[in-house]
Design a protein around this ligand. Structure first.
Ligand SMILES: C[S@@+](CC[C@H](N)C(=O)[O-])C[C@H]1O[C@@H](n2cnc3c(N)ncnc32)[C@H](O)[C@@H]1O
Length: 207
């Protein structure tokens, strides 16, 4: 398990990273990638959407272009403070401080679930994916973006020592273990040579 797959360490990491996050993030996850991912969710006007690991609100901002019922959750107060400065605490978006692995919401509360760039910090990603399924209504979509596994074994070992990197086989395993059967993965990249993102879109089964 990577050094940042620990909730306390991830919180400390984001205490410092939050000050420069919005300047660094576009190097690996930009508006074009986010908007392409959003187009795969089927979010419609009026849908209630949860953004988990919302951070400073980059994904949140994209979701707001599709619907105005948006809820953002993050475990880092420092990241949330940046998001509040953009959207207000409860004006455009309802924000919550909480944990992806123990969501403070009733079953089937949301039409869609979105999480970009957060799964790599979760110690128990399958638990969090189960939570995503629980809070999203049957037929809704769960979209998760994470770092695609490096192709060379040296970079792979370094990456694994830091946080979770995974390929589509591993994404398949995690989502199936969490109860999903209908899922697709797509790889996105900001520029040739920059780190790749793996985007998984899964439909919540109708039981
Ligand atoms: C790379 S940022 C992504 C922010 C935003 N979603 C985006 O697309 O730019 C990762 C975020 O996940 C949050 N995070 C990490 N572990 C978490 C957990 N267990 N529960 C909730 N949020 C978590 C961090 O605090 C951080 O704000």
């Amino acid at each position: 398990m990577g050094v940042l797959e620990d909730k306390g360490r991830a919180r400390l990491f984001y205490k410092y990273l939050s000050t420069v996050y919005d300047r660094i993030n576009p190097l690996v996850w930009n508006e074009e990638m986010r908007d392409e991912a959003l187009d795969r969710t089927g979010i419609e006007a009026g849908d209630r959407v949860l953004d988990v690991g919302c951070g400073t609100g980059f994904g949140t901002e994209g979701i707001l272009q599709h619907t105005d019922d948006v809820h953002g959750l993050d475990q880092s107060i420092h990241q949330l403070e940046k998001a509040w400065a953009k959207f207000g605490k409860t004006d455009q978006v309802n924000f919550y401080r909480g944990d992806a692995e123990r969501l403070p919401f009733d079953d089937n509360r949301f039409d869609h679930y979105w999480s970009s760039g957060s799964i790599e910090y979760w110690p128990n990603p399958v638990d969090a994916i189960e939570e995503a399924r629980r809070v999203t209504r049957p037929g809704g979509t769960v979209l998760m973006v994470g770092p695609d596994a490096p192709t060379t074994s040296l970079f792979g070992k370094i990456a694994d020592a830091i946080m979770l990197f995974y390929d589509s086989d591993e994404a398949d395993r995690m989502f199936r273990e969490a109860g999903f059967t209908d899922l697709t993965h797509v790889i996105m990249q900001a520029n040739p040579g920059s780190p790749r993102a793996i985007v998984t879109v899964a439909t919540v089964p109708k039981e």
